[in-house]
Design a protein around this ligand. Structure first.
Ligand code: CFM
Ligand code: HCA
Length: 534
């Protein structure tokens, strides 16, 4: 692998090579070497990353159906974040609000850039209020808003006071706020915590109430988790933010546990809910049948109720045989194959579980925008250098609420749970689970992806839509782990079966071996590939 690393960076100018070298790591699950992460992409390099606005509006706030999300900016930002992320939602009745299908934007023009856009923004907020009377309106700033200095917060406050019955708040999530989407996650967490959490004191029915954090219902993933939780007798108090509502987010402080799927995007909320209200958080993973069973057992152990534990075992016993049947059929065909995963800030880790259930090895993986803790584990947090880009993002000062702080577990109870192997308020990251000498690459560049494919010839490459067709033209199937190639769900037990079948179809499809770019084709090789296929 050190030779591979050399090959990946040899074409770069010396300074760039030196920098990239720190983000390309040969893994050792025992020593867990340091990965350079969450730093600026070198200009000129083609990155997979997106912007802060995408992380705030598209990712964290976008999936909540009854908030009107207005993009303050030129129309492109709103348009290209309109229904592209596949976050599904299911209103309880036809009469319930669902604004996810709409694209709200102030459609800024040159005139607004020159003379200011606040007036236009207030008109837009008024129009949205008059048309829909929503519970909440959120404003998302795009790059020009920050550059010209429109005050979206003042405009929001003014309109909120004017309406009286509609919560209006803004986000300074201009695309350039941070080095990636990740900054937008943090800004979104802060805004939801400040403007929403704690406003709804409804006590929901149910004995075991938890919030599901960092699950966005892509391709219906949250629906499958809801199905399993219902069977087990677990109540989702509030979901951040797949299939969620304003009321749910406002009620988050009423749960007894925060179960975190995507650590990267929502760990801030976990910490803040713990500090202010005394609700601990626990990392779980519902990607993979074994992982789902393990996560259910962890949740049951946390609540410590014998009846719940027994129910969870029953559910696992009911669900597993269907999964086992499919895996027994597919495993002989997928076993021994290799995968590479370069996705976001959590799926490059989670999906390794599904691949190992298929008997497949992850030879290289990396995140687009995760931080060192997502690679190396949260214990490195005190050692992370806070650079100028991170300082740019507000860190809320949270204290225990004088009335509402109520530790859900005593210190002794938490210690006991930790001794049983439950990671409370902790996450061990991706690298400890990956093979020795596998490659870990942060913010992989387009060039490095191509090189890796040439060298390793993996059986499948997992990334997003920007990579998909380039990789497939190299003769390697690409599975989109963002949009799921319009499939899914992939969570839980039914999701695992969907994934096994989709991957089987891709890695065992002979069509990939027939692909040659026109310029690579000669009359002879064309004949060869044809006769090989018949
Ligand atoms: Fe978390 Fe996500 Fe992801 Fe993410 Fe994303 Fe996404 Fe992703 Mo695309 S919140 S980090 S910012 S799991 S949108 S649902 S698929 S990059 S790996
Ligand atoms: C985003 C959204 C995205 C993009 C996916 C892709 C998603 O980063 O703004 O590049 O294919 O999941 O929709 O991550």
């Amino acid at each position: 692998p050190s030779q591979v690393r050399e090959e990946l960076i040899e074409k770069y100018p010396a300074k760039v090579a030196k920098k990239r070298n720190k983000s390309i790591i040969i893994n050792d699950p025992e020593t867990v070497p340091e990965v350079q992460a969450n730093v600026r992409t070198v200009p000129g390099i083609i990155t997979q990353r997106g912007c802060s606005y995408a992380g705030c509006k598209g990712v964290v706030l976008g999936p909540t159906r009854d908030v009107v999300n207005i993009t303050h900016g030129p129309i492109g930002c709103g348009f290209y974040s309109w229904l592209t992320r596949r976050n599904q939602t299911k209103p309880e009745t036809d009469a319930d609000a669902n604004f996810i299908t709409y694209c709200f934007s102030t459609d800024m023009q040159e005139e607004n850039i020159v003379f200011g856009g606040e007036k236009k923004l207030k008109v837009a907020i008024q129009e949205a209020y008059d048309l829909f009377h929503p519970k909440a309106i959120a404003i998302f700033s795009t790059c020009p808003v920050g550059l010209i200095g429109d005050d979206v917060h003042a405009a929001s406050r003014e309109m909120k006071e004017k309406f009286g019955d509609c919560n209006v708040f803004g986000f300074s999530c201009e695309g350039y706020r941070g080095v990636s989407q990740s900054a937008g996650h943090h800004i979104a967490n802060n805004g939801i915590f400040k403007h929403m959490v704690g406003r709804n004191n409804e006590i929901k029915e149910g004995k075991f109430k938890l919030n599901l954090l960092g699950e966005y219902n892509i391709g219906g993933d949250a629906f499958e988790i809801e199905r399993i939780f219902n069977k087990c007798g677990l109540t989702i108090n509030s979901s951040f933010s797949g299939n969620s509502t304003v009321g749910q987010l406002e009620n988050a402080h009423m749960a007894d546990l925060n179960a975190i799927m995507c650590h990267r995007s929502i760990n801030y909320m976990g910490d803040m809910l713990e500090t202010k209200y005394g609700i601990p958080w626990m990392k779980i993973n519902f990607i993979g049948a074994e992982s789902s069973a393990k996560s259910l057992r962890k949740i049951a152990e946390y609540f410590g109720d014998a009846e719940l534990k027994a129910r969870v075992e029953e559910v696992i016993k009911e669900e597993m045989p269907k999964v086992k049947e499919v895996i027994d059929e597919i495993l002989p065909r997928t076993s021994g194959k290799t995968a590479m995963l370069f996705v976001g800030g959590s799926r490059a880790h989670h999906y390794q579980d599904l691949f190992s259930e298929l008997g497949m090895t992850t030879v290289a993986a990396g995140y687009e925008f995760a931080h060192r803790d997502d690679y190396e584990g949260r214990e490195v947090l005190p050692n992370i250098k806070v650079d100028a880009d991170s300082k740019n993002i507000e860190e809320l000062k949270i204290e225990a609420d004088p009335e509402l702080y109520k530790p859900r577990k005593t210190e002794a109870e938490l210690e006991e749970l930790k001794a049983k192997g439950l990671e409370i308020n902790s996450y061990e990251g991706m690298m400890k689970q990956m093979m020795k000498k596998s490659l870990v690459v942060d913010d992989i560049s387009h060039y490095e992806s191509e090189k890796l494919i040439e060298i390793y010839k993996p059986d499948i490459f997992c990334a997003g839509v920007k990579e998909k067709y380039v990789v497939q033209k190299m003769g390697v199937p690409l599975k989109q782990l963002h949009s799921y190639d319009y499939g899914g769900p992939y969570t839980g037990f039914e999701g695992a079966v969907n994934f096994y079948r989709d991957i089987d179809r891709m890695v065992n499809n002979p069509v990939w071996k027939l692909i040659k770019a026109p310029w690579q084709k000669t009359a002879d090789s064309e004949k060869e590939s044809l006769s090989a296929s018949y």
